[in-house]
Each structure stands twice: as C-alpha cells, then as structure tokens.
Write a protein that binds this ligand. Structure first.
Ligand code: B12
Ligand code: SF4
Length: 501
C-alpha cells in the first residue's frame, strides 16, 4: 500500500527544482488524474565502510541514481536522493522517511553494499513505502533482495520501469506485471516481461546533480588534486565478453549519446559547478572511433583547459588517436591489463593480445599520459609462471599507478558460474572483494597476498631509484626475488591443493 504523502521535503539533500507539494500531479489537471507517490532514491555506499576506500576507490556520485532521478522528475514525479557516501550513519534515511514521506523507496545495489541495502529496507519497511531495488547486484540475484524484504527488483535499465511502477501504484494497481521487474508471489520469484532499452540516450535529461551535495564531492577532489572533478557517462553497455565481468543491466548491448549531447552536459557542469576535470565512466571509452574523433574535436574547440580521464581497452588505444586525445586534455587512462600471460588473457576471454598491451603502454609513456593498470591474480587456471609473467610485464613498463586485486567471482558472471561450488567466506565476501580469496583456488590465500606485496615492493623500489643508486636498488630487487623463490614460494605453496583449476 502506498501511504498518503503528508509533508514537504526534508533537509537531506538539495531542494528539487519543483516547489514542494503534498503530492505531485501527473499533469496540470490534478483533479481528474491520480496523484503520484514521491520517490526517494538511495545510494547505500558509505566511503567509511569501504575496505578499499583509503587506498583506491575514488568518490563519484552514482550516475545511475542521478539519471533515474532526472528522468522521473521530468515525468512530473517528485524525487529526493539520499546519498550516504560521506555519511557516518543512516540518520539521513530516517530524516527522509519522516519529512519527505516517500511512497516509493528505490535503492541502488552493488555486491559490496548488499548488506547495507537490506538494512535500509528493514529500516524503511514500517514506513509503508513500496521498496524497489535496482542496480547490478539486485539484477544478478533478485531473490536475495525479494526475500530480504524488497517488494520488487528492477532487472535492467531503470528509467521507464520506475515511472511505470510509480504510475501503477498511484492507480492502486499491482505493479507485478510491469515489464522489467521481478516480484515474489507465493514464495516464488515471478519475472515480468523484459523491457526494451531506451532508444535515444540523447533524450535523457541531465543527471539530477542538484539533488545531492555536489560540493562535497568537488571539494573533496579539490583538496586532494586541486581539480574539481566529476563523472560523466557517454554510453551504456559494452559489447565485449570478459568472463569475470558483471553485466546484468545492459548485457552486451551498446548505445551512446551524440558527442554534441556529451559536450552540452560537460559545459553545464563547468558553468554550474566549476568542473574542470571529467572522469568518463563508460565501461569502455571510445569504442566507436569516428564518434570519439568528433567528441575530441568538440573538446578541443569548446572546452579548452578541461582535462579528462577514461577507461580504455588496449586494442582501442591506437598511437595516432592517443596523440589527439592528449591534445583534447586526456591526462590519465585506466587500462585493463589484467595479466602478463597470453594464456590467462585467453582464459579470461579478454580478447586482447600482449602485443597490444605493450604497444599501448609504450605510446602512453611517450605521450606523457599517466597509466593506471588493473591487474588480477587468482583467476582459475593461473599458475605461478603466469604470475611471474605479470610481474615481468609490470616491471618492464612501470605504470604510474596500478591495482592488483585477487579475482572476485561476482554473481551472474561466467567466472562465478565456474567456481560457485567452491566459494569461501560467503557471508563476508562482498565486503572483502579484491583483497581476499573468495573461492578455493589453486593456491592458498597467503600466496596471493604475498604476490600482491611483491607488486607493492616492486613499485616502492622503482620509486626509490630517484633517491638511491641503481646499484643498490638492483641488489635489493635481486634479494627480494631470491627470497621469493627460495623461501616464500616453497613455504606458501606447501599447502598447495593440487594442480591449477
Ligand atoms: C563508474 C563506475 C564506478 C565509479 C563510480 C561509482 C558510483 N558511484 O556509481 C567508481 C570508480 C567509484 C566505482 C567503484 C566501484 N565499483 Co564500479 N562501476 C562503474 C561503472 C563502470 C559504471 C556505473 C554507472 O554509472 N553505470 C551507468 C548507470 C546508468 O547504470 P546503473 O548504475 O546500473 O543504473 C541503471 C540500472 O542498473 C537501474 N538501476 C540502478 N539502481 C537502481 C535503483 C532503482 C530503484 C531502480 C528502479 C533502477 C536502478 O537503472 C539505472 C538507469 O538505467 C559500472 C559498470 C556499469 N556499466 O554499470 C561499474 C560497476 C557498477 N562497479 C562495480 C564494482 C565492483 C565497483 C567497486 C566495488 C570496485 C571496488 N572493488 O572497489 C566500487 C564500489 C564503490 C561504490 N561507490 O559503490 C561492479 C558492480 C558489480 C556488482 N555486482 O556489484 C560494476 C558493475 C563493474 C563490473 N562490471 O563488475 N565504480
Ligand atoms: S571488463 Fe570491460 S571490456 Fe570486458 S566485458 Fe566488462 S566492461 Fe566490457
């Protein structure tokens, strides 16, 4: 049942662009049409709970939530957002429930924040609001959320689904048949028909930045880097098939906004918030070469001085393109290197060649663009020799930044499917992703942790070359390698459980 909305907005976010009202009419003729329940959208991620945060994770608002909010608002629904990123408690939820009195509470889910999402649902249950979960984790395992107290789960693109659910509820109808959602009926998960993807991403309103505290993010970045940074999405989906990648929302589809629409969004961010650095958050940036060239032309022409970073695949980073990207302001690229072993890249179904990694890394260095490598240890089938190959590649190119994670079997991926009968630490898993071995792999967890430490040591030695003589650093490096071969490896693989699986 949807509760009647009693009061205006609370103090948990910026005001909406519409004046507060008791309920929001669908159109101007409120008397003849049903009124729409208010929607509260929640991003449950809290930086202080994140095991990675102090070291690695960069803070950006959830664009999924902000795009949903912008879309729903444009359809005449009153929306508020609770963004817990900088919060120390869940008090903002209680405040929102009391003062905004939502009829629908929509929570964004990731595996990392699954427990928190359920906790919020529990807290909100008595409010009488309809509880809706969306985002990658709920889409991969809806049952977990439905049994955890949610009324429905959105499994895919959320904009039209959210508006449909709100409209159904306002008419007092059961939303269970709405395309794109799953519900629990008589103890069983019932999935509605699939919903086609939005055809025209240019038609989406800008994300509703005004509903969160943008300044908290921007000043956080400014303090750390001197830049006012934020995230921009230019596309949805990715056509590649890496076996550990979770893609429950957009699958292998790929759609993009026009370069003109992207430029307009960045200009708006610059004019309203003083943004001067953009992180393109697309799964893979620049899949379509002609599209990218048009965007780069626009950035050079219309946004001089803007700097940006993106995540790219090595097979797309061609030398002539990189020179142009640098001219347009590219300062850093996240590169999914993953492994220095071609055999492992193939097992991961990565679709990249070592030669492409080598070429992209060399050109990035030549162009003076910082590179951040993603590396992965512990994928099924990996041997000690494969790990050595990754270390060798790392040493050869010395990326300015990197992260080495222990492979995380995310629900819904081919990797998860392959190891699901040998998962470890099931309860704690989501909170410890990347730093803990989550399935019974070829080697014990200590081995992977030690290998992670070797990367850190290697990077530290490289940095120390500026202070110590090359001779001293070479000696230290050789001593560390000897220790690895003669002491650490035999000790840690003494517990080896058999040949690599
Ligand atoms: C940009 C990005 C980041 C950025 C920004 C994160 C942020 N604040 O959103 C950074 C670098 C900080 C980041 C960090 C992490 N990320 Co990340 N990230 C992404 C990426 C590439 C894009 C996210 C995005 O904006 N998508 C576009 C929007 C439009 O899609 P969406 O969020 O899914 O929302 C749509 C639908 O899902 C649905 N929907 C979503 N929520 C809701 C809620 C309701 C109520 C409704 C109705 C609908 C709905 O409607 C939305 C609009 O259509 C995704 C991959 C991807 N393509 O989604 C990975 C991804 C979300 N990240 C992932 C992971 C694992 C992480 C980290 C845990 C990594 C780590 N080990 O530290 C952290 C978590 C930190 C955090 N803040 O939660 C995984 C999540 C997998 C999972 N099952 O949980 C993904 C899917 C990558 C992958 N393929 O594995 N990430
Ligand atoms: S890892 Fe990147 S390239 Fe591979 S499927 Fe996922 S999003 Fe696409």
């Amino acid at each position: 049942m949807v509760r009647t909305v009693l009061s205006g907005r609370g103090d948990f976010g910026r005001p909406t662009e519409q004046p507060p009202s008791l309920e929001t009419p669908v159109t101007g003729s409120a008397s003849s049409r049903p009124t729409l329940p208010r929607v509260l959208l929640v991003d449950p991620y809290r930086a202080q709970d994140d095991p990675m945060d102090r070291k690695e994770v960069e803070r950006y608002p959830s664009l999924g939530i902000l795009q949903l909010a912008g879309f729903a608002r444009a359809k005449g629904i009153e929306v508020a957002v609770v963004d817990l990123t900088f919060s120390r408690s869940l008090a903002a939820i209680d405040t929102a429930l009391r003062s905004f009195r939502p009829g629908v509470i929509g929570i964004h889910t990731k595996t990392l924040t699954a427990a928190r999402s359920l906790e919020i649902a529990e807290r909100a249950r008595n409010s009488g609001a309809f509880l809706l979960a969306g985002g990658p984790d709920a889409a991969s395992r809806p049952e977990h959320y439905l049994r955890g107290g949610f009324d429905a789960v959105v499994q895919g693109e959320g904009e039209e689904v959210l508006v449909d659910v709100v409209r159904r509820l306002s008419e007092g109808a059961d939303p269970s048949g709405v395309p794109g959602i799953s519900v629990l009926r008589e103890g069983r998960v019932v999935r509605g028909p699939p919903r086609p993807f939005l055809k025209d991403l240019d038609a989406l309103p800008f994300p509703a930045w005004d509903l969160i505290d943008m300044e908290a993010y921007l000043s956080d970045w400014e303090r750390r880097t001197g830049e006012r940074r934020t995230a921009v999405l230019t596309s949805r989906g990715c056509p590649f098939h890496c076996s550990w990648c979770s893609k429950p929302t957009f699958g292998t589809t790929f759609r993009q906004q026009s370069p003109e629409r992207v430029l307009a969004e960045i200009r708006d961010l610059r004019d309203r918030y003083g943004v001067n650095y953009v992180r393109f958050c697309d799964d893979v940036f620049g899949i379509d070469r002609r599209w990218l060239e048009r965007l780069l032309d626009g950035l050079i022409r219309e946004l001089p001085g803007l700097r940006f970073e993106c995540l790219a695949r090595v097979d797309l980073l061609k030398p002539d393109l990189l020179a142009r990207m640098r001219e347009a302001g590219l300062s850093r690229v996240y590169v999914g290197v993953e492994s220095g072993s071609q055999r492992m890249l193939d097992l991961m179904n990565r679709g990249t060649r070592l030669t492409q990694i080598e070429s992209a890394a060399s050109v990035l260095r030549r162009e003076g663009i910082r590179q951040y490598w993603f590396l992965m240890l512990g994928y099924p089938g990996e041997t000690l020799e494969d790990i050595e190959a990754t270390i060798r590649l790392f040493r050869r190119f010395s990326p300015e930044e990197y992260s080495v994670s222990i492979a995380v079997p995310v629900p819904g991926t081919a990797f998860h499917e392959r190891v699901k009968d040998r998962l470890l630490h099931r309860r704690a898993a989501p909170r410890r992703g990347g730093t803990t071995l989550l399935y019974e792999a070829a080697y014990p967890e200590y081995l992977y942790r030690w290998e992670q430490a070797r990367f850190r040591l290697d990077a530290a030695l490289r940095r120390s070359r500026q202070k110590l003589s090359d001779r001293v650093v070479d000696r230290l490096e050789r001593a560390a390698d000897r220790f690895h071969q003669e002491v650490a490896t035999p000790l840690l693989t003494g517990q080896r459980r058999g040949p690599p699986r």
